[in-house]
Design a binder for this molecule. Structure first.
Ligand SMILES: *[C@@H]1O[C@H](CO)[C@@H](O)[C@H](O)[C@H]1NC(C)=O
Ligand SMILES: *[C@@H]1O[C@H](CO)[C@@H](O)[C@H](O)[C@H]1NC(C)=O
Ligand SMILES: *[C@@H]1O[C@H](CO)[C@@H](O)[C@H](O)[C@H]1NC(C)=O
Ligand SMILES: *[C@@H]1O[C@H](CO)[C@@H](O)[C@H](O)[C@H]1NC(C)=O
Ligand SMILES: *[C@@H]1O[C@H](CO)[C@@H](O)[C@H](O)[C@H]1NC(C)=O
Ligand SMILES: *[C@@H]1O[C@H](CO)[C@@H](O)[C@H](O)[C@H]1NC(C)=O
Ligand SMILES: *[C@@H]1O[C@H](CO)[C@@H](O)[C@H](O)[C@H]1NC(C)=O
Ligand SMILES: *[C@@H]1O[C@H](CO)[C@@H](O)[C@H](O)[C@H]1NC(C)=O
Ligand SMILES: *[C@@H]1O[C@H](CO)[C@@H](O)[C@H](O)[C@H]1NC(C)=O
Ligand SMILES: *[C@@H]1O[C@H](CO)[C@@H](O)[C@H](O)[C@H]1NC(C)=O
Ligand SMILES: *[C@@H]1O[C@H](CO)[C@@H](O)[C@H](O)[C@H]1NC(C)=O
Length: 791
């Protein structure tokens, strides 16, 4: 029934039913109750708790009409909606009322004098709540399915979906699931079994959580892409809302909403640029409470567009009004919003606990950190925090200047960052066009890069667009006939020699074995040449450029740019000729910078080279450092081109190095871009621990152990500090969060299955954020003068 009359009658009836209940005691609910609810099924109904009224009553919208208040003199703390069901917890938490929204008849009442409800969730078949009892049995579900015994542990959060419910056990952050589809709920539970989850939401046949390092993890059915978290960066997302086939999340940085899944039909541009306090999902649409004026907006395929976007509801409370003190922050102006009936607590995880920098498409730190033209509220809060730590910042700023001086990255050179081909994702591209300031600075940078190229072509005779072909005799004289003292590397393939061409260019010359390998090349001579031509056109700041080649008789040589500071492997694991400069690498900030540089180079290969390239052999000895200690990825030459359209492919020859090799590749002989992510993950662990990819562990009786097996459990157990490289020394206050983020990123690069790993773009953004954290506490100070320079 869609007329407002029957609910009105029901409301009057309920009014009498409820006023006879004892007055609610003022006791707080926990953070997870919502003030906004959607009811789906036979009559789409949206309800919320009104703000700035003497009574925190429920208002509902149904079928285009605003219904009269359900219980006009009853204050509610939280509400939730499911299929044809709305429930509300009265202020104080001692009573729960539910309605069938087709008739607005009261369906169920929980009342207690001793036990209050601290959060409420409704799915298709279940109504569940947490109580404030001290015993472990703090979850109650009405309707048939029982909460499984949780042992000695209490739930910190529960969420009900369409076919099942899940909760998080307080002591270990483990996920427990139950429900009508027992098979499926146990499957979901097992998918989360190895993860430590701090926030979980259940949808149709999928569930998403936020793990303890801030990444969103989605498990279950992926038929409509509901598991494909876009732009998955640590601490990117706060609140989650899951529908039957879709997922929505609020970005913590600017509180805008992003939705995925539902075959892409659920996302909508009506939410562009709008900040939300909270979101809820219905089966096939979502609604959110706006920050600007607490109005309610709904969008999605299932949302009838005849209803408009903004509902004609009165101002809604952002979070429940409570009387108890807040665990985290009190909402601004909250006693006005509650009209004197208590105040509003922000959920702890709703706050930006780390000062995030905008994930800009150009790396802000270490030298440039320009806030977006219209900083969001969260960002401003972050800047305020920076201002408060300004005194500390001043000191760190001095160090930064020193850093700039020796790396040279602050002046001009920095401007060529990624400029040849911007490492820009779709999301970033959108940001670029939306922010005139950042596109302006990117123009500046691009101009800078042209300038740099011109300078470079001035000093070096030419910047070839194709591979230069060298005569063998030229290379013989460049290396003094491959003199031993010019040998800078070697391996099964032959040797690498430092050389000086007759025009003065310093180069690294890789001379292949003249035996079987050469024959293989000969067999595919033309393929070899065309691949060389292609590779020599790849220019990127974080790739070691291929200058040319030589093919004469049996000789096969490749000529690369020379990297003065050798390989990362040598710096980390020692080699007499680099030991003296290794102290440069003994800084957490430099190590993070190196890992970011390398990630950017690989990201370029994966996402911007056409066709894409999978490196296949990412390891610390393939990450070289130039004279400014800028890391560049080498040896991608002659990698097999990546599969088109991201399909897997099976290379003909095995690739990789023990310790770095993707276990999935090892096992299934399937090579994807995620194989490089694994390799880089191992390099990150090397940078963190200072240990080799495979090393002999004294504690382990001196038998070899893989770095992944050694480091990942320790990081997961929160014992990162125990395994950090002692040569660097403990991270300073401002660095420890950054090092932790780097470690968490590494952990998310090395799961056994490629689908569980981050993408290289995700890695880049996380490391950008980590690097920003290193400087940020001084960021507001040093960014000033430096941005003047870049103007
Ligand atoms: C639970 O809440 C009720 C009502 O607010 C209160 O009387 C009771 O003491 C609380 N119990 C615990 C264990 O905190
Ligand atoms: C409310 O609680 C009282 C006692 O605590 C009980 O007698 C009464 O039946 C309850 N009402 C409902 C509707 O459950
Ligand atoms: C439970 O799931 C397994 C595999 O996921 C399936 O083989 C089995 O048939 C399912 N059982 C029921 C009762 O759905
Ligand atoms: C992951 O969970 C499985 C059981 O589901 C267990 O055998 C395995 O040891 C766990 N792995 C880690 C790294 O915790
Ligand atoms: C989910 O499906 C999308 C395509 O719809 C795919 O790109 C993505 O990799 C899948 N994610 C997982 C975790 O399977
Ligand atoms: C939203 O997208 C549709 C098509 O996808 C387009 O026609 C419309 O103009 C867009 N609206 C805004 C406000 O960008
Ligand atoms: C919010 O941030 C996202 C990415 O972080 C960006 O794409 C979007 O444009 C931003 N929105 C606003 C209004 O700043
Ligand atoms: C969700 O997807 C399933 C299968 O893909 C489909 O049967 C169902 O109707 C979808 N639900 C909604 C609300 O779109
Ligand atoms: C809320 O703000 C939006 C955007 O500024 C505006 O369109 C809308 O009319 C406002 N709603 C109310 C109820 O003030
Ligand atoms: C949305 O889901 C409801 C069921 O919850 C269904 O009746 C409706 O047709 C769906 N709308 C669309 C556009 O899929
Ligand atoms: C509104 O819905 C109708 C049919 O449901 C559809 O054809 C139309 O494109 C929709 N309009 C907008 C602006 O989404």
């Amino acid at each position: 029934m869609k007329t407002p009359i029957s609910p009105l009658i029901a409301a009057v009836f309920l009014l009498f039913a409820v006023v006879s209940l004892p007055p609610p005691s003022a006791k707080a609910l926990g953070g997870s109750s919502s003030t906004l609810a959607v009811v789906y099924g036979s009559a789409t109904t949206i309800c919320s708790i009104v703000a700035q009224q003497p009574v925190q009553q429920i208002q509902c919208w149904q079928g285009g009409l605003l219904l009269p208040p359900i219980l006009p003199i009853t204050s509610f703390e939280g509400i939730a909606g499911g299929r044809d069901t709305l429930c509300g917890v009265l202020s104080g938490g001692l009573r729960l009322l539910c309605w069938d929204t087709t008739t607005f008849f009261l369906k169920r009442i929980y009342n207690s004098t001793t036990t209050s409800l601290t959060s409420l969730t409704i799915g298709d078949t279940e109504i569940c709540a947490l109580t404030n009892v001290t015993s472990p049995e703090n979850a109650i579900c009405w309707r048939p399915y029982r909460v499984p015994a949780s042992g000695n542990s209490r739930f910190s959060m529960i969420s009900s979906g369409y076919e099942f419910s899940c909760g998080i056990l307080e002591d270990k952050n483990r996920v427990l699931c139950w429900g009508s589809n027992n098979n499926f709920s146990s499957f979901i539970q097992s998918e989360f079994s190895n993860l430590s989850i701090t926030n979980i939401q259940v949808g149709g046949r999928h569930a998403c959580g936020i793990d303890d390092s801030g990444f969103v993890v989605c498990k279950g059915n992926n038929d409509t892409g509901q598991l494909k978290v876009p732009w998955n960066v640590a601490n990117e997302y706060g609140a989650l809302a899951l529908g039957e086939n879709h997922t929505c999340a609020i970005r913590r940085l600017n509180r805008t909403v992003i939705c995925w899944g539902g075959n892409g039909e659920i996302s909508s541009n009506v939410t562009d640029g709008i900040s939300f306090e909270s979101i809820v999902a219905s089966s096939n649409f979502s609604c959110g409470l706006t920050t600007i004026n607490f109005s309610v907006i709904c969008w999605g395929t299932g949302w009838p567009n005849s209803s408009g976007i903004e509902l004609p509801l009165q101002k809604t409370l952002p979070w429940p009004c409570v009387e108890t003190s807040c665990k985290c922050n009190v909402y601004p102006d909250s006693s006005t919003l509650c009209s004197g009936n208590g105040h509003i607590c922000r959920p702890c995880d709703d706050d930006l606990s780390i000062p995030v920098t905008p994930p800009s498409f150009l790396p802000p730190p270490p030298d440039i950190s320009s806030p977006p033209s219209s900083p969001s509220r969260g960002l401003r809060r972050g800047l305020l925090a920076l201002a408060i730590v300004g005194l500390v910042g001043g000191l760190v700023g001095i160090c930064t200047v020193a850093y700039c001086l020796w790396t040279g990255v602050c002046f001009g050179k920095k401007k060529i960052h990624n400029s040849v081909q911007p490492t820009m994702t779709a999301a970033n591209a959108a940001q670029q066009s939306s922010s005139t300031q950042s596109s302006r600075s990117s123009t500046l940078r691009r101009q800078g890069s042209i300038l740099m190229r011109r300078q470079r072509s001035g000093t070096s005779s030419k910047q070839p667009d194709r591979a230069e072909e060298f005569l063998f005799s030229e290379l013989v004289s460049a290396t003094n006939n491959f003199a031993l003292e010019n040998k800078i590397g070697g391996g099964s393939f032959g040797g690498v020699y430092k050389g000086k061409l007759h025009d003065g260019r310093e180069v690294a010359i890789k001379r292949g074995d003249t035996g079987s390998k050469a024959k293989k090349f000969q067999e595919k001579e033309s393929a070899f040449e065309s691949e060389l031509a292609f590779l020599s056109r790849l220019h990127h700041k974080h790739l070691v450029g291929l200058i040319g080649y030589c093919e004469e008789k049996d000789e096969r040589l490749l000529v690369y740019e020379y990297m003065k500071n050798g390989s990362l492997h040598d710096h980390l694991h020692g080699k007499s000729n680099v030991v003296k400069s290794s102290s440069v690498v003994d800084s957490w900030k430099i190590r993070i910078k190196i890992s970011l540089d390398a990630a950017r180079g690989i990201e370029y290969l994966h996402n911007y080279a056409v066709p894409p390239i999978i490196h296949r052999d990412i390891k610390s000895s393939n990450i070289l450092l130039d004279e400014n200690f800028i890391a560049r990825v080498s040896d991608f030459g002659l990698s097999l081109n990546g599969p088109e359209n991201g399909r897997e492919f099976r290379p003909m020859k095995a690739a990789g190095t023990i310790g770095y090799i993707d276990p999935e590749y090892y096992g299934l002989n399937v090579l994807t871009a995620k194989s490089d992510v694994y390799g880089l993950g191992v390099v990150l662990l090397e940078l963190l621990t200072g240990k080799k990819a495979i090393f002999k562990d004294a504690e382990n009786g001196g038998s070899p152990i893989s770095l992944v097996d050694y480091a990942v459990p320790a990081i997961k157990a929160g014992e990162l500090t125990k395994i950090l490289d002692v040569r660097v020394g403990p991270p300073e206050t401002n660095e420890s969060e950054a090092v932790e983020l780097m470690a968490n990123t590494a952990v998310h690069c090395v799961p056994l299955e490629g689908k569980d790993r981050l993408t290289m773009s995700d890695v880049v953004v996380n490391l950008e954020r980590a690097l920003a954290l290193c400087d940020d506490r001084r960021g507001s100070f040093s960014s000033g003068p430096i941005s003047i320079i870049s103007d």
